[in-house]
Design a protein around this ligand. Structure first.
Ligand code: NAP
Length: 306
């Protein structure tokens, strides 16, 4: 079994940054990523809130630049999926599809993914009007008419944020009552820019190059109708990539890993960084910060146990 000082799991901004900091510290590491590096960023057409790119940058270009930073270093890279982590007293064992490896520290950066509606046009128009992140993409729709979908805290909170930027929001919810906290409900109902459409589900995102309209069905009348919108934000929940996590690692009620501000989990030697953490602000900037913090604290921990 191969032994490492640290294993970084996940190849998004948090994982790449953690690997970079560990390698610059001269550590013997392995980096595991199931597909190509990038994570959710690869699904993002244009990023316009990452410092240093005032004109915006394509998701894949930013990731290419991140990954290029690792090229000068020697490390073991596995294109594989972690199946399990066995917690040890001092060393932990990490199971890939076939092989096991052993590490003093592991930094879990497996991220999370936005739940999708799974309707026609959603994938094709993702980044061309269809979005899952108000903070990332809200600015593209200044003074335009958009739709938000969902009835939880995220949908209502983000609609209130977007209402400050856009001309009008149609808030589409599949039931007659929101599940969101009353405080958000009161604010949304009172906001003159938000028109609530209850008992309705999206059927199709329509547009040639960019989103032009949203086809909806009223579940009470069964009637199909269309709304002319240039943006549609899907806020129907976020899924942590946590299937391999052992139960010893503490998560919140939604499955996101709980850490302290130094990215330490409840298990010695196990750190978490980026969107997989239980936190509010999930951005590339915050993932990068988490990755650097986790790597720095992993090195401090390694010195302590050596
Ligand atoms: P959520 O609470 O699971 O709500 C998801 C919403 O999307 C629900 O209204 C659900 O409708 C709807 N939905 C799900 N699948 C759908 C589909 N296929 N088509 C149409 N609608 C669909 O998710 P969330 O809003 O992201 O919140 C997750 C957790 O984080 C919650 O516990 C929330 O309280 C918390 N949170 C807290 C804050 C805060 O306190 N500031 C902010 C954001 C999130 P139904 O209601 O009919 O099921």
């Amino acid at each position: 079994m191969k032994k490492y000082q640290s294993v970084v799991v996940g190849g998004g901004p948090a994982g790449i940054t953690a690997a970079l900091y560990l390698l610059r510290g001269g550590l013997n590491i392995a980096w595991v990523e199931k597909l190509a590096p990038g994570g959710q960023v690869l699904l993002t057409e244009t990023i316009d809130n990452y410092p240093g790119f005032p004109q915006g940058v394509k998701g894949f270009e930013l990731i290419d630049r991140f990954a290029a930073h690792l090229e000068e270093f020697n490390y073991d890279k596995y294109m594989d999926e972690v199946q399990n982590i066995q917690i040890g007293e001092r060393e932990h064992r990490i199971k890939l599809s076939e092989d096991w490896m052993q590490a003093d520290t592991a930094i879990i950066c497996t991220g999370a993914s936005w739940k999708k509606l799974g309707i026609p046009g959603e994938n094709r128009l993702n980044g061309r009007g269809v979005s899952y992140c108000a903070l990332c993409d809200g600015n593209f729709f200044r003074d335009q008419e958009i739709a938000c979908i969902g009835g939880g805290d995220t949908a209502l909170e983000e609609s209130l944020y977007l209402a400050k930027l856009v001309k009008k929001i149609y808030l589409i919810h599949r039931r007659e009552a929101f599940r969101a906290s009353k405080i958000y409900q009161d604010k949304v109902i009172a906001n003159p820019k938000i028109e609530i459409i209850y008992n309705t589900i999206p059927k199709e995102f329509v547009g040639e190059q960019d989103l032009e309209s949203l086809t909806l069905v009223n579940l009470k009348t069964n009637k199909t109708f269309s709304l002319k919108v240039s943006g549609a934000f899907v806020f129907i929940g976020l899924k942590p990539e946590n299937l391999f996590l052992p139960e010893e690692i503490k998560t919140d009620e939604y499955g996101f890993i709980i850490t302290d501000i130094e990215m330490r989990t409840n298990i010695k030697g196990i750190f978490a960084a980026g969107d997989i953490r239980s936190k509010v602000c999930r951005q590339i900037c915050t993932a990068v910060g988490d990755g650097a913090t986790a790597a720095q604290n992993a090195q401090i921990y390694l010195e302590q146990i050596s």
